[in-house]
Design a protein around this ligand. Structure first.
Ligand code: ZN
Length: 88
């Protein structure tokens, strides 16, 4: 799990996601399934009680606190959906 502080944090992971082009399946708001090398990983984006946005993924990298490309792929969808909700 990592705390999302800004989009800059995601630059490398987004670049990797663009290369790998994982499949992102929408579960519910903040809950996604992203395809990876060993099947699907679950990515959960949520706002913690103290106002931080936290992102967790079930892959090994994210367990160590790394920003993985699964999270980046899910977040790009998440941010898009959050925007749509605001304007709706
Ligand atoms: Zn991951």
């Amino acid at each position: 799990m990592f705390i999302l502080k800004g989009i800059n944090q995601l630059t490398n992971a987004i670049a990797k996601a663009k290369k790998v082009r994982p499949r992102v399946e929408f579960g519910s708001i903040g809950h996604y399934r992203v395809s990876g090398s060993k099947g699907f990983y679950t990515v959960i984006c949520k706002k913690s009680d103290n106002g931080y946005k936290t992102v967790s993924c079930t892959c090994k990298g994210a367990e160590k606190g790394l920003v993985c490309y699964h999270a980046a792929a899910a977040l790009s969808l998440h941010i898009g959906l959050a925007r749509q909700q605001q304007t709706a």
